[in-house]
Design a protein around this ligand. Structure first.
Ligand code: 5AD
Ligand code: FES
Length: 356
């Protein structure tokens, strides 16, 4: 195993082996991933203030609590002023970047509104705030329009890179097309976004081979950012009926940490998020992810009154914490594990900046 931890180019068999480690060997993997991270990226943690813009969604992914077909959700869209207030708050808290996330919508009124908001945030922050978008699948033209308005990073998780598994967790119809999603990731890369993708871990029907293939997919696409988090079943979704067939919480979190650690060995300079879902399964989940190789955290900036309506999975951590509370909490938590938050910086992916 020691040899694998220092191997230049991990093959699928190696990855499966590393993802199967338990106990002390698993801890050794985390330690090595942390060492690699410190070597390439230092002990710096980047923040992205998360703005959950709207929970209206044209899709109905089988795992997602805000899927369009869940009629128990109260639907909302933030007003322009609410979004701009979030951006101002990010500036006040010295977060260098924000991420705007929303359910998927394609109509022109929506896509033009986003363009306008991106421009306005650029203007009010004097170009200081980095802007990440996470607004689902769009046409190349729309992606380009948003890029030209000033967004420079985009997150679109593939969710499962195995087509068969993809269709077990999405309805099989033209709105949930695996190949369309792949094409979107390619468009984002082509336009020049720092592109992020990722998967959920611990899904029903998911095997360790699938997970190894997910990591190979990230490497093959040469993405700049990856977000991976444990699957957390939501009662108002179709996948709830498989909740008793997935690994227990601790195992799902450990597998998430192993995925982060192995990917850090494979792609030492990318940005990787310590997901809020990690902390939902374990009060120290995000710290554990940082200690296994992650370097980004996304504190929530959504106005308090709308957070309960954006529960893509249940019991989401920090939902009741005001932005200024998260700010000091995170600063302390990161210091406690020997890390330092980098304020007032975009925190671009080193892999992307160096053109790797
Ligand atoms: N559990 C964990 N993560 C989820 N996501 C959606 N539903 C769930 C769930 N039940 C993730 C998806 C999506 C991101 C915004 O949240 O990966 O891309
Ligand atoms: Fe909204 Fe999947 S349910 S994108």
């Amino acid at each position: 195993m020691e040899e694998l931890l220092y191997k230049d180019y991990l093959e699928k068999d190696d990855i499966v082996r590393l993802l199967s480690l338990q106990g002390d060997e698993m801890k050794r993997l985390f330690k090595r991933a942390m060492e690699v991270k410190l070597q390439y990226l230092d002990n710096k943690v980047h923040l992205r203030g998360l703005i959950e813009y709207s929970n209206r969604c044209r899709k109905s992914c089988l795992y997602c609590g805000v899927r369009g077909l869940n009629d128990k959700v109260h639907r909302y869209t933030l007003t322009d002023e609410e979004v701009l207030d979030c951006a101002r708050q990010a500036l006040d808290l010295h977060y260098g970047s924000i991420a705007i996330q929303s359910g998927e919508r394609n109509n022109k009124a929506f896509t033009d509104k986003i363009t306008e908001l991106v421009r306005e945030i650029k203007r009010l922050s004097d170009g200081k705030l980095g802007i990440t978008l996470s607004l689902g699948e769009q046409s190349e033209e729309v992606y380009r329009q948003w890029f030209e308005a000033g967004a420079h990073r985009y997150l679109l998780r593939i969710e499962a890179s195995n087509e068969e598994l993809y269709y077990k967790i999405h309805p099989k119809d033209e709105r949930h097309d695996f190949h369309k999603r792949l094409a979107c990731i390619d468009s984002l890369l082509k336009i020049g976004y720092q592109t992020g993708t990722g998967v959920m871990i611990g899904l029903p029907f998911q095997t360790v081979e699938d997970l190894a293939d997910d990591l190979l997919f990230f490497r093959r696409k040469n993405v700049a950012m990856v977000g991976m988090g444990p699957f957390i079943p939501h009662q108002e979704t179709p996948l709830w009926s498989y909740a008793d067939q997935i690994p227990p919480a601790e195992e799902r979190l450990n597998m998430t940490l192993k995925m982060i650690a192995v990917l850090r060995l494979m792609m030492p300079e990318i940005n990787m998020v310590a997901a809020t879902a990690d902390q939902t399964l374990d009060p120290m989940g995000r710290e554990k992810a940082i200690m296994a190789g992650a370097n980004v955290i996304m504190p929530n900036l959504t106005p308090m009154g709308h957070r309960e309506d954006y529960l893509i999975y249940p019991d989401k951590a920090c939902v009741g914490d005001k932005p200024e509370e998260c700010f000091s909490c995170l600063d302390l938590r990161m210091k406690a594990i020997g890390h330092e938050i980098l304020y007032d910086a975009w925190g671009d992916s080193v892999a992307f900046t160096k053109g790797r």
